[in-house]
Design a binder for this molecule. Structure first.
Ligand code: RUQ
Ligand code: CUA
Length: 650
């Protein structure tokens, strides 16, 4: 047997020369056998450790981009070590990255991030999605949605910074998104809780007539690396609580699928004797999987068959239905998850309140649509396909199947929430028995190595668990969520690492090969504005630093280099508007400085070569040290200066 002999090998290496296994006394200083005895480790534990332990200096093979949930950020994690590599702040301020504390990022966070004119400083990140070329992750961009405030953000993976936030002008809540089409032509964002489009008011008794959902197709400009709002458009949808969404690929490229869970159009109690949405939305046996032909929608948009609501072109529900841009097929009640198979031939939808996952056959649905074979229409005139005629089959997976990911061998891995299991099943051969692996506990999303691409890698699956009860030291009643790394390379699945996620409820994540990243180590040339990718016209060359006063406006052109700021003393008058133009003169790897002004809520990060710009009104008189916040050199503490604000009338 491999396992014991391997252990014996380890043990004998560690205990070379020792005639018998040493007694378990010497802390972790003893041989392997004694450490195992002392720490109560099984052979499986040691094997798991060997599979995940990454010695100092060794790099991980994969990178996870995990949603930070209502932390409003992204967690970047190495696999298999499960070491946290970075948090990328997106919808909320974060001081280390200097995001939201006076620098250029303020425009993204506080201006672009506004919803209906309101400044919002948190987000509920659900589904990060990597940019794709030809259905493969290309390592260029990451998109994510904010369910709470219906926004989508763009992270540039060149420098792992949030470069754009786009506020959805139509809906008040999103969920399905941010999903990309296979060549990242569009970033798709679909609504969740229905409301009158464009932020209008209507009472709840008008739910059916006035409340709507929408699917927004954000056009992505791959050269600029930004969403092009002008060339984006949307499709009006019924108020059915659209849920998860996924784009077709290969043979199904051109389609988007969205599941939904409120065909009942329940809107809670209305203060009368109606049921809560919880049960009101669970009356019907079937909800509707939305099948969207987005290439056809594009032709309607090009032909001008849209109305503009709040600045965005919208295909009406009536037109979408009439033109078969939108068709429906039933899905067993209150579904969740919507995941297209790697070959693009099928889409798997979990049952949530059912024990099955349903495998829809996309070719069958295309055929029904082409032939005009429908069983009826919904209240809004959308044609409905026959359920049995649309599916390849159903597979019993356990209580509460949600999301599904894939490997390279033809297996699907579905998260089963109520059972707390990951279920492995063959989506091509539904007769094959399933394998269920217990996870701790109540798994929501699940992710797999390159799992959403046309060529998944297998190897690893991560269970993203909602509950962690007894897994970690008690840190108070607010428990961390828990990621569990699962080895799927062998004949049976094994949990090989537990990792607490202590900053928000993560939902989805994606796992990409680390060698697909092409991250920069410095901004070149020095003085590059990371938001324009060009050298700033305000960048300063060494020796040309200056302070320019123009009435009550003061511009400071400052260089930043180990270990000083030039100029290092800035004198202004109370009430002056001060703009600091900071240029890092560094190009060396990891030679980052910070720049903080005490008492002024100013703090930016100066990565090598970066240009930063801070504008503020010197409204408090006094003497304010400014200093470098990164321990950059032996003389880091000396990297400081003074902002002197002369009181009025002094
Ligand atoms: S949803 S598990 Cu956005 Cu499934 Cu969270
Ligand atoms: Cu520069 Cu510390």
């Amino acid at each position: 047997m491999l396992v014991p002999s391997l252990l014996l090998f380890f043990a004998s290496c560690q205990n070379a020369g020792a005639p018998t296994a040493p007694a378990p006394t010497a802390g972790t200083g003893g041989g392997l056998a004694s450490i195992m005895a002392e720490r109560g480790l099984s052979e499986a534990d040691v094997l798991a450790a060997a599979k995940t332990y990454t010695p100092t200096g060794k790099l991980d093979d994969y990178v996870i981009f995990g949603s930070g949930g209502h932390g409003g950020n992204i967690v970047v994690i190495g696999v298999p070590s499960m070491r946290i590599l970075k948090y990328i702040s997106v919808f909320g301020p974060e001081p280390w990255q200097g995001y939201g504390y006076g620098g250029l990022g303020d425009d993204v966070l506080y201006e672009q991030g506004k919803q209906g004119g309101k400044e919002i400083t948190w987000g509920d990140v659900h589904h990060p999605n990597l940019s794709e070329t030809g259905g493969e992750y290309d390592g260029n961009f990451l998109f994510l949605n904010d369910k709470a405030n219906a926004r989508v953000a763009v992270i540039d993976l060149k420098d792992f910074m949030t470069k754009q936030i786009v506020a959805n002008p139509l809906v008040m809540s999103d969920h399905g998104g941010a999903f990309v089409t296979p060549n990242t032509d569009y970033v798709v964002e679909t609504s969740q809780y229905a409301a009158p489009l464009g932020g209008k008011f209507a009472t709840l008794d008008k739910y059916e007539t006035e409340y709507r959902g929408a699917a927004v197709f954000w056009k992505f400009d791959k050269v600029k690396g930004r969403i092009d709002q002008e060339n984006s458009w949307a499709i009006e949808l019924p108020p059915y609580a659209q849920d998860l969404a996924d784009a077709g690929k290969l043979v199904s490229d051109g389609y988007v699928f969205i599941n939904s869970w409120n065909s009942e159009m329940s809107a809670g109690t209305e203060g009368k004797d109606k049921p809560f949405t919880e049960s009101g939305a669970s009356q019907n046996d079937m909800d509707y999987l939305h099948v969207i032909d987005w290439k056809k929608a594009e032709t309607l948009v090009a032909a001008g068959k849209t109305t503009t609501i709040n600045g965005i072109r919208v295909i009406s529900l009536a037109d979408a239905a009439a033109e078969h841009v939108l068709t429906f097929v039933g899905e067993p009640k209150s579904p969740h998850g919507c995941d297209v198979t790697p070959d693009g031939t099928a889409v798997v939808v979990g049952g949530k309140l059912d024990t099955h996952a349903t495998i829809y056959d996309i070719a069958k649905m295309q055929d029904l649509i082409a032939k005009g074979t429908f069983t009826g229409k919904d209240k809004f005139g959308v044609d409905i396909m026959d359920f049995q005629a649309s599916i390849r089959g159903q597979k019993e997976l356990g209580l509460g199947p949600l999301h599904t990911v894939y490997d390279e061998k033809g297996f699907a891995y579905t998260s089963v929430f109520l059972d707390s299991t990951v279920v492995k099943w063959n989506w091509k051969n539904l007769e094959e028995p399933i394998e269920a692996l217990g996870v701790q506990y109540n798994i929501g999303h699940i992710t797999a190595a390159e799992g959403d691409t046309i060529s998944p890698d297998g190897k690893y699956v991560v269970a993203m668990n909602k509950m962690s009860q007894d897994r970690y030291v008690n840190v108070g009643p607010l428990l961390p969520q828990s990621f569990q790394l699962i080895d799927i390379s062998g004949p049976t699945m094994k949990v090989i690492y537990d990792m607490p996620i202590p900053l928000g409820e993560p939902h989805y994540s994606q796992m990409m090969k680390a060698d697909k990243l092409h991250t920069i180590t410095a901004y070149t040339p020095a003085g590059t504005n990371p938001y324009t990718d060009t050298k700033s016209e305000f960048a300063v060359a060494s020796g040309e630093e200056k302070i320019v006063r123009n009435g009550k406006k003061v511009d400071v052109y400052m260089s930043v280099i180990r270990s000083h700021f030039t100029p290092d003393n800035i004198e202004v008058n109370e009430g002056d508007e001060v703009t600091l133009h900071l240029t890092s003169m560094e190009q060396a790897l990891d030679q980052t400085h910070g720049f903080a002004i005490d008492m002024y809520n100013v703090n930016v990060s100066m990565e090598p070569g970066k240009y930063e710009e801070i504008t503020f009104v010197a409204d408090r008189a006094g003497v304010f040290p400014f200093y470098c916040t990164e321990f950059c050199s032996a003389l880091h503490l000396e990297m400081m200066g003074y902002l002197l604000v002369k009181p009025n009338g002094a």
